[in-house]
Ligand binder design. Sequence first.
Ligand code: ATP
Ligand code: MG
Length: 324
Amino acid sequence: MRVLVLHSDVAPDAPPDEQDTLVAADAVADALASRGHRASLSPFVFDLETLRSVIAEYRPDVVFNMVEAIFRHCELAAIVPTLLEKLNVPYTGCPSAPMAMAGDKPLAKKFLRLAGLPTPDWDEVPYNNTAHDVRYVVKSATEDASLGLDGGAVVTGRDAVLQRAGSSHRKHGGRWFVEAYIEGREFNISVLEENGEPRVLPIPEMVFHNWDANRPRIVGYDAKWSEASPEYNQTIRQFRSEAEEPALYRKLTELSTVAWRLFRLKGFARVDFRVSEAGEPFILEINPNPCLEPGSGFAAAAEAAGMDYAEAIERILAAALATR
Ligand SMILES: Nc1ncnc2c1ncn2[C@@H]1O[C@H](COP(=O)(O)OP(=O)(O)OP(=O)(O)O)[C@@H](O)[C@H]1O
Ligand SMILES: [Mg+2]
């Protein structure tokens, strides 16, 4: 099969969270080639005629959509599936509308809340409902990869929220919202479409190993991207036996499946959870088309399910072709 791996147009001097897209795109192209496909790589250029000519040149049977950002903005990536639909090319992963909806975190949370799914309390500009005695995380409404998330993002009370949200806005631009900080455990649930249905892959916990008692337990920017940092080295993904905590794993599986159907996700996704000290799970966010880099949570979950990397990639491709 002819597969065009379409990826974000990343500048050579871009930070590691953006370079990661290229690493993932190369790995996906290699995996496809190893399965006998004719895989080509192309950066996405924000221009319909350019895209049309790229498609005309490569004549792909399917596009493997790995465009995570346009002009470095994640929320713009949601137009890519629509453009591919207009050009009548099948593509992997999620369509535009659910991607845009999940990509706007406060909007997604509102949707989760209305559907009765648990997500932490939150507030937005002008933060009038932000309490004085609650601990919050100040987060970007639309960016991912833990952009702007470090220990200083966890603050208590409205005054501290205003200060942090103001400085994050000045530094990174865009909208910033606050979410009640959930002390407790963290789980990332990868879901893969099989025969049109969501299949929850083995569930890893992100374990904060030997963390200082005072340091907020969050998977911030350094934990994801700064390989020399203590945060990176002390955040460890661990797959345990589901038999150890069957009720919790059942609940996480059920909530991820309901979220998949609610948002009408496609192909593959990752749902990020915190579980409070009382054992109550909260959905932090839904990631359509999550990172596919070989060391990513999705790749690790596929491997724990007994799939090698190339097989997981092949299944994402199969899901794109089965339903379009
Ligand atoms: N309400 C919260 N309570 C506790 N920790 C939180 C909360 N919100 C975010 N975090 C921490 O910050 C991390 C990043 O948050 P989140 O997953 O919402 O953002 P992201 O930047 O979109 O991440 P991703 O790279 O998964 O797309 C979480 O994995 C978690 O460790
Ligand atoms: Mg996340």
